[in-house]
Design a protein around this ligand. Sequence first.
Ligand SMILES: [Zn+2]
Length: 241
Amino acid sequence: MRSDLDEALVRDFPHLYRDRHGDPRDTSMVYGFPGDGWEPIIRRLSEKLEPIARETGMRAVQVKEKMGGLRFYVTGADGARVLPDSVHAAIWASMEESSRTCEHCGAAGSTAKVGGWWLTLCTACLERARAQRAEQRRPEARVWLDDVRPAPKGWTRAYTAAEAIALLEAGGVVEISLDHDLGDEATCGSGYQVAVWIEEAVATRGFVPPVIRIHSANVVGRARMAQAIASIERLRRRGTA
Ligand SMILES: [Zn+2]
């Protein structure tokens, strides 16, 4: 979502979004809000929830898109899970509305697949998204994730988990080879994080995974990544069955 819209939500509903700039280890609110076109839906829902948040300490923990629909997660004070029925009903109604509202412009829309992702768009935004997607289509790429070992000839080198994810996100990656340890900085991430990102994208957004290989020498890291890859393989088979 555009930053001015995002900031206005946080300003207007300070209790509900009190964790917007919190610690990413505690809250997924740090990732902000999805689609500009859904801002009115999120705002109307926030108007209903803010008085409850102010009274009870309830707060939003994540607002995101999944399979072309709005997902809105809240928690009670001190992590309490039990919330009034009115909260669940209001969230449910907003999710339902999002599934027929263009997430880009707010016009009437429906859910469609664009380049491996489920999005809810109006006819005009869908055409634009598909055209952009066709323009951006990159030639087949092979990604070598490693901070030390040089990439084999013809492979694109990524030094950090974030770089590898950006390449996957851009599309066209047919194969990726993962190292586990990528340096001591927390910002470097690990090969495992990339495997988990792929797993989530396959599970929630219909992402078509590349061939995934492991070239890490870290025994524990290898095992963790192999587990994620096995899960991706199961999801992929289910998706195409
Ligand atoms: Zn639209």
